[in-house]
Design a protein. Structure first.
Length: 65
């Protein structure tokens, strides 16, 4: 009986470790994904801002803007 309980305990511990590793992996994947997405959004925003500023500046320099 004690052996059976020990077996169950070790099984649960193994399952918990596997589950925690899965969760950890999922969280890391999510972090990387959100970081890359936010970085891309920032790049797009900066690109748009830069184009807008450049157009305004060039437009003002050429006399129409």
């Amino acid at each position: 009986m004690i052996y059976f309980q020990f077996y169950l305990m070790s099984f649960y511990i193994d399952e918990t470790v596997i589950w925690m590793e899965k969760v950890h992996f999922g969280v890391n994947t999510l972090k990387i994904f959100t970081l890359s997405v936010s970085f891309n959004i920032l790049k797009i925003e900066n690109c748009l801002k830069f184009n807008y500023v450049r157009k305004r500046w060039l437009g003002d320099r050429r006399g129409y803007g």
